[in-house]
Write a protein that binds this ligand. Structure first.
Ligand code: CAA
Length: 285
């Protein structure tokens, strides 16, 4: 089976990024969100990212226009999934919402369609179980910012088939990304390592061991990370980070995954990082 048409659910940071890279690879893409203002925001983010690539001389303006032309924004779910061979959901990280979405997708999509989740760490098996095609459900986990990050984790749920894995792998490679295969486990592979590291940085900061600037400088200069852990928390989104850590803590049951109380407090205060204009650092918004 070959992917010809792609649908992305959710036009947020991840959804719009996934729609963009699929369109850049030549796929027609339907990008759906629940309200038109979210769709328009996602389309604007794609345009902004492409403008950036064009301004660096890495793409012709005509090609960028062709890419945006391949992305159709919509609020109509039925229209968005019509004829899609692959649906990637990038909606909110709440299992109950994901399950509703997968049930709807199962009813509306053609029987051969693969249903993928971009979840940062929730159970693919649990989402698959609400469908009548659990073997066609898989995790296709992109990294932020999607246009730049080369990795995609392919998460195999309990009954994901070899064919679903192979087709998804070929799709990811067509996007110019490198897939790694991961058997479902909380946080998958990368977030299981990355998020506790960021969490530790937040503990350090809240204990007054070092300033936010110095913690980040330490990891940039001392561990060769491209940006520090606190700036990375702001990039990922503090709410998303908290979801991943809560999931790891709850499922694995070990204290080492306990989210830093400061992280929870900041999320409650609406300090979500770049997307809200403030997190560990301030952003012009
Ligand atoms: N679209 C297109 N181009 C972009 C872009 C975007 N959204 N964002 C940045 N760029 C381009 C810039 O134009 C710039 O181009 P040139 O090199 O040609 O000048 C280049 O990327 C570098 O950007 P900046 O100079 O603005 O910033 P930077 O040097 O800090 O690089 C970065 C940006 C590549 C994102 C770098 O900071 C980085 O690698 N950060 C770590 C990212 C990371 O670890 N992501 C994973 C998060 S975890 C996750 O996503 C999983 C989860 O489930 C939570």
């Amino acid at each position: 089976m070959e992917i010809k048409k792609v649908c992305v659910l959710g036009a947020g940071i991840m959804g719009s990024g996934i729609a963009q890279v699929a369109a850049q690879a030549g796929f027609p893409v339907a990008m759906r969100d629940v309200e038109d203002r979210f769709v328009q925001k996602g389309l604007a983010a794609i345009k902004q990212s492409l403008d950036r690539i064009v301004s660096k001389g890495k793409m012709e303006a005509g090609e960028a226009a062709a890419v945006t032309g391949r992305v159709k924004g919509t609020t109509d779910l039925k229209e968005a999934v019509a004829d899609a061979d692959l649906v990637v959901e990038a909606v909110i990280e709440v299992m109950e919402v994901k399950k509703i979405v997968f049930k709807e997708l199962d009813a509306l999509c053609k029987p051969t369609a693969i249903l993928a989740s971009n979840t940062s760490g929730l159970s693919i098996t649990e989402m698959a179980a609400v469908t009548r095609r659990p073997e066609k459900v898989i995790g296709v986990h992109f990294f932020n910012p999607v246009p730049l990050m080369k990795l995609v984790e392919l998460i195999r749920g309990f009954v994901t088939s070899d064919e679903t894995l192979a087709v998804s792998k070929a799709f990811v490679q067509k996007l110019g990304k490198t897939p790694i295969e991961v058997t479902e486990a909380p946080g998958f592979a990368v977030n299981r390592i990355l998020c506790p590291m960021i969490n530790e940085a937040i503990f350090l900061y809240s204990e007054g061991v070092a300033s936010a600037e110095d913690i980040d400088q330490g990891m940039v200069l001392g561990a060769n990370h491209p940006i520090g852990p606190l700036a990375l928390a702001d990039l990922v989104g503090l709410d998303t980070l908290l979801h991943v850590l809560d999931g790891l803590h709850c499922e694995l049951g070990e204290d080492k995954y306990r989210p830093a109380p400061l992280l929870r407090k900041m999320v409650r205060a609406g300090y979500l990082g770049r997307k809200s204009g403030k997190g560990f650092f301030a952003y012009g918004k």
